[in-house]
Design a protein around this ligand. Structure first.
Ligand code: UDP
Length: 477
């Protein structure tokens, strides 16, 4: 098995069907580089050198993906986590060598799940646990339904009709029929592909449902519809204790994680950070407040603009809102327009609609920031918060979802509950740089201890051993 399946990328329907000589069941929505924002913003005159204004109107956003970076190897992590920790990972993996895993989710790019799988899967393969990543496909009608489910499971209103249920089940069934389930372990991420569990009876493997969203207050109709599927799995994993539901199957707690060596998080040359700021018209001589997020109402980008406007009355600063789309999120363009309308003609609100290959640019933006904001109204875990903590930045974030797990108020960052609170805390941090620096330092330690991919990898290895009967669980949630 050695050397096989390294750096596995997700397998799309077309590729699989091409191999089988059949037609695709449905065209997946394609994600393309957003060529330009929906409407060009008119920026009012400001006392800024003209090149800043020009770049803000026409940011230099890359239109082509960069050549892929060589993926880090396990040994590369020794410098960060130490040799003993790496030895422990290798020891845990030893008994699992040759066991096969399939992971399934609903998007290959955009959002935290894809971000994690992109790194976790190569590492499992390097440990000689052949792991395959597959992405379910569906038409726009399917992704409208699953986005509706996503919002409803976070507590939103929803009218769950028979037709909606049929769309969900039909696409799950199409995907199920085109996939093969020959592995020892199946990890199905989130509700979108949960219906693949129907294949369980045809397989010898163990099935895990990895839920990345907060189910503490779900729409009861949608949850009642999904729960019978979920309870057919061997185990469920949640990102925080508060996210769970009463279930008849064992539940485990896994924090999501970031890869400190990925393009998104690795150290960068100062000159590259400056170049990115230059490309986007960011003035590094004044404070920069940044929120990186998909343009999604639950991330409250408009609330961030309002908070910034309150801060701006006292401190001359800039706001960067950078985001992009995910193939399973059809609402992005509408929300982007709302954000542009809210920003109006203020030249110091810099809105960047980034393509999915912007990891290095996002890394640079985070590192160029004075304060990082994640003012979510609902959140799964909030990997952008982890990314900010890791980069030693003071983070101001909504006290929702998994964010309080990451931000211990006034120790590793600050938690906020309103626009006014968010503005107050940003202003405080901008005017108390020593306190801000201390939060950043503490935040990095907290992220290192709990939210690095190496910690997450260890948990997967243990769970696989438990489910395959090689180890006994000490404690479940
Ligand atoms: N992200 C990105 N490009 C964007 C917006 C977000 O690469 O335009 C990344 C971001 O850096 C983070 C992930 O996508 O790694 C978002 O994860 P999070 O848990 O914060 O939110 P989600 O999108 O999963 O709700």
């Amino acid at each position: 098995m050695k050397g096989k399946n390294r750096n596995q990328k997700p397998v799309a329907a077309e590729e699989q069907n091409a191999a089988k000589g059949t037609e695709a069941v449905a065209d997946p929505p394609t994600i393309t580089a957003p060529s330009s924002p929906p409407k060009e913003r008119r920026l009012r005159d400001a006392e800024l050198p003209p090149h800043f204004i020009e770049r803000r109107k026409h940011p230099r956003i890359s239109t082509q993906p960069p050549p892929p970076a060589a993926p880090p190897r396990l040994d590369d992590y020794a410098a960060i986590i130490g040799r003993p920790e790496l030895d422990e990972i290798r020891f845990l993996a030893r008994h699992l060598q040759g066991k096969t895993v399939k992971m399934v989710n609903s998007t290959a790019v955009g959002g935290g799940v894809a971000e994690i799988l992109n790194r976790l899967i190569p590492l499992l393969n390097e440990l000689e646990i052949p792991t395959r990543w597959e992405v379910i496909t569906g038409g726009n009608d399917f992704f409208e339904v699953t986005k509706g489910f996503h919002n409803a499971l976070h507590g939103g209103d929803y009218n769950l009709t028979k037709q909606i249920q049929d769309i969900f089940l039909a696409y799950n069934e199409q995907n199920r029929l085109r996939m093969q389930f020959t592995e020892d372990l199946f990890v199905i991420h989130d509700p979108q592909p949960a219906g693949l569990i129907r294949s369980r009876s045809d397989t010898r493997g163990r099935w895990i449902w990895r839920c990345h969203i907060d189910l503490s207050n779900p729409h009861s109709g949608v949850w009642d519809f999904l729960k019978p599927m979920v309870e057919q799995y061997d185990a469920a994993i949640f990102s925080a204790p508060a996210f769970t539901r009463q279930l008849s199957i064992p539940q485990y707690l896994f924090y999501p994680s970031i890869d400190p060596l990925s393009e998104k998080n690795r150290e960068l040359e100062e000159s590259y950070i400056s170049k990115v700021c230059d490309d986007f018209g960011i003035d590094r001589s004044r404070p920069v407040i940044t929120q990186i997020s998909r343009f999604d109402r639950l991330k409250d980008p408009v609330g961030v603009i309002e908070a910034y406007k309150l801060v701006k009355k006292y401190v001359d600063c800039q706001l960067v809102l950078a985001g992009g789309g995910a193939t399973d999120d059809p609402e992005g363009a509408v929300v982007l327009q709302e954000v542009m309308d809210a920003a109006g003609d203020d030249p110091d609100v810099i809105i960047l609609n980034l393509p999915p290959w912007s990891a290095l640019e996002i890394n640079a933006l985070q590192r160029a920031s004075t304060v990082i904001v994640q003012k979510s109204l609902k959140e799964g875990f909030g990997l952008t918060v982890t990314e900010g903590l890791w980069k030693q930045k003071p983070v101001v974030a909504g006290a929702v979802g998994g964010i309080p797990t990451q931000i211990i108020h006034k120790l590793t960052g600050v938690l906020v509950h309103s626009i006014e609170g968010c503005a107050y805390q940003i202003r405080y941090l901008l005017t108390h740089p020593e306190f801000a620096a201390q939060l950043g330092k503490n935040g990095r330690e907290h992220a290192k201890e709990n939210f690095l991919i190496t910690v997450n990898l260890k948990r997967w290895l243990l769970l696989f051993q438990i489910l395959l009967g090689m180890a006994k669980p000490s404690k479940t949630l």
